[in-house]
Ligand binder design. Sequence first.
Ligand SMILES: Cc1cc2nc3c(=O)[nH]c(=O)nc-3n(C[C@H](O)[C@H](O)[C@H](O)COP(=O)(O)OP(=O)(O)OC[C@H]3O[C@@H](n4cnc5c(N)ncnc54)[C@H](O)[C@@H]3O)c2cc1C
Length: 493
Amino acid sequence: MSSKTVIVIGSGLGGLSAAISLAQEGYRVTIHEKNPQIGGKLNVLKQQGYTFDLGPSILTLPHIFERLFARSGRKMCDYIPIRSLRPHWRNFFEDGKVVDLDPDPERMAAQARKVGEDPENVRRFLKYSADLYDLVNAGYFEQGLDNAAAFRKFYGLLNFLKFDLFRSMHGGVKRYLKTRHMQDIFDYFIKYVGSSAYHSPAFMNCMATIQFRHDLWYVDGGLYHIALGLQRLMDELGVKVCLNSEVVEVTKQDGRVTGIVTSDGSRHSADIIVSNMEVIPAYEKLLHEDDELMKGLEKFEPSCSGLVLELGLDRKYLQLAHHNFFFSDHQREHFHTVFRKRQLPPDPTIYLVAASRTDPTVAPDGCDGLKILPHIPHIDDDHPLTRDDYMAFKERVLDKLERMGLTDLRKHVVFEHCWTPIDIREQYYSNKGSIYGVVSDRFKNLAFKAPKQSTKYPNLFFVGGSVNPGGGMPMVVLCGQNVAKSVAAWDRQ
Ligand SMILES: Cc1cc2nc3c(=O)[nH]c(=O)nc-3n(C[C@H](O)[C@H](O)[C@H](O)COP(=O)(O)OP(=O)(O)OC[C@H]3O[C@@H](n4cnc5c(N)ncnc54)[C@H](O)[C@@H]3O)c2cc1C
């Protein structure tokens, strides 16, 4: 147990998890958050009787969240009410085919047959995915491995080869699944980390198991209730939260960080700092590091961004499930356009949430509230897109949805809200408007993110989507727990 002071910069889920885990280790923790509410990208919009999740809408791996409560002798269900969803996703294709994802083998087999896929192929793919998950989970996730040396030590050469290193994620999918529909669906599990199935390594196929073994969850009343539940736990643990408190500088002396300066000019000292602001913006804007250090971080390119569109409707579209995907007819080109050409895709794959399908409290009676999220490139500062470019793209998205069955969608909109990558960067200070932190790319970083402990200042740590194991709610929560372990281990030395 330590009585040292820790400042956490930012209250995204990674920051909250680190703060809770450090308080459980006995540290005195204060969070400084620039926004008026906690949660970071876990965010909510309530308007005209509609409740929209502005950020994440799919909860996976709840057992990772559960640990935050169990370590304080509490039960997560007393703080955050969750339930699993069926189907997991509904997938719509331009040729009119509709396929549900369901973890029940019999029901999944029936869905595979609808598009001519041999159910045995799906079973074999899921076995391949489960083996990868067990491998990745044992070391990279649970041990919080951060670099090649730690990987070699934990896994050894023989296990390293089992990572299917010479294929892309799509290459792994194509080995087992033969129809375009099933390939497109399982390729799109890469959406969880905002990357491209054609450019990320094959071991990212572990993600199907996250859903098929551990299920897909909803939080009653909307996902922001996760933040509310964590706030209650923090209150009980004595974690202090300063809202509207933007950190503008991290002070340093003799190779260590010493504290922070906030936008009102006040100074706060700390023994240890944990930054939930992403690694690249934090080094650049708060620590003013030189070009040499910044150059070494270039491989940690941001993940994609998104156009986040919320529509309140005066009707329901009953063909929708809670989670839906409207697939590009040219998925390879979609990935290539977003992740290599960095342009707005002519025919995007669109994720659409109709939470009112499960939860009547999030929309007025007889109405749907839709969250629509196509993945689009992060901001390219050399060739920035304008708001008009993004709005023209929004019309393309609506055209596609109307064409694929949401007939007259535009005519039924009574409320609209839209965020572009520029808004996302402004809200969360994420690197170039990224929505999942660092991209997973086999050529740029082999899906590794930056290490959790600063390579320059030993008492500076990072947490969240820009450090290992990367973005997505459960991963940043796990990261917070692993950061606390790293802090305590370093502190004991
Ligand atoms: C539209 C969208 C949909 C998503 N869908 C899903 C999903 O369905 N499932 C899923 O698991 N994940 C999803 N994600 C990803 C998930 O939300 C993120 O990976 C995760 O919430 C990020 O947590 P984080 O710890 O990295 O911090 P962030 O959420 O990035 O928070 C960082 C915090 O730091 C604050 N901050 C930054 N700089 C400063 C500063 N200088 N001073 C003070 N405060 C500062 C910011 O205001 C912010 O609150 C989605 C994300 C988005 C945006």
